[in-house]
Design a protein around this ligand. Structure first.
Ligand SMILES: [Zn+2]
Ligand SMILES: [Zn+2]
Ligand SMILES: [Zn+2]
Ligand SMILES: [Zn+2]
Length: 256
């Protein structure tokens, strides 16, 4: 006898309309017993041999599984017999109606006496275990997939990093090459230009010398000396013009 909240109440007390929680369950009588009724149950001659189970343990058992075959739904009688021809449990009425011609009808209790150590138990548990094993394998397999995906992804990331580092190195070398070339070109060009500037300076000082020499003769020399200086300077200018022409030609060559 159970309440909505699965609290087991004492069967004998319930009959007398007293709600008392059961402390044990008597599987033979199929009802719970309170402390007091449990004492009576143990003492009474008819029920003295009944084995109890703790009511908490009884509560732990899945109700739907164990109550399904409590009573024959057709005849509202307890299943007490077993037909070996049909390999099924049956109540007294079932036997009368459906198994009249069957032979070897025995007590169900006798048939299931050693059921806990029977092949039926090991077969059904093995069936469930096999299915669980299969699912565990599937999960394991999927976990391995995840691990493989993780590994591949991290390997790819490492590859990208390495490629990037290689490209960095290549770019560094490329940049260094370009820089070296640029600096070398700059140095060459600078030295050419500096050289040209120096040559221009040399020509400039020739003109400066001519100029100041002529001015000195103009300031302190006689007319004849001035005449002589002009002639000499003209001669020098012609020579210098030739030099300058040659020099300018070389500059033009560089400018190309
Ligand atoms: Zn009671
Ligand atoms: Zn009992
Ligand atoms: Zn029946
Ligand atoms: Zn039968």
């Amino acid at each position: 006898m159970t309440t909505e909240t699965q609290e087991i109440i004492c069967g004998p007390c319930d009959i007398r309309e007293i709600a008392k929680p059961a402390v044990v369950w008597c599987p033979t009588c199929d009802e719970g017993l309170c402390d007091e009724c449990c004492g009576h149950h143990r003492a009474a001659k008819a029920t003295r041999g009944h084995q109890f189970i703790d009511s908490d343990h009884y509560k732990e058992m899945p109700r739907k599984m164990i109550e399904e075959f409590n009573k024959c739904s057709e005849h509202d009688e307890k299943y007490e017999l077993f037909c070996p021809n049909h390999e099924t449990h049956c109540c007294v009425q079932c036997v009368k109606e459906k198994h009249a011609k069957c032979t070897g009808i025995t007590l169900l209790n006798k048939v299931i006496e050693n059921i806990k150590s029977s092949a039926m138990v090991s077969t059904i548990t093995q069936k469930i275990e096999k299915r669980m094993e299969r699912l565990t394998k599937l999960t394991k397999n999927r976990m391995e997939n995840i691990n493989r995906i993780n590994k591949q992804s991290s390997e790819l990331c490492t590859d990208f990093r390495r490629m990037r580092e290689e490209m960095d190195l290549m770019l560094d070398e490329f940049e260094k090459g370009l820089n070296d070339q640029t600096i070398s070109v700059k140095n060459t060009q600078s030295s050419i230009v500096n050289n040209t500037i120096a040559q221009i300076g040399a020509h400039e000082s020739i003109y400066k010398e001519m100029h100041s020499a002529l001015l000195k003769v103009l300031a302190y020399g006689s007319n004849f000396q001035v005449y002589s200086a002009i002639k000499k300077t003209e001669e020098k200018l012609i020579n210098e013009d030739k030099e300058i022409e040659l020099f300018l030609k070389t500059i033009m060559v560089y400018k190309k």
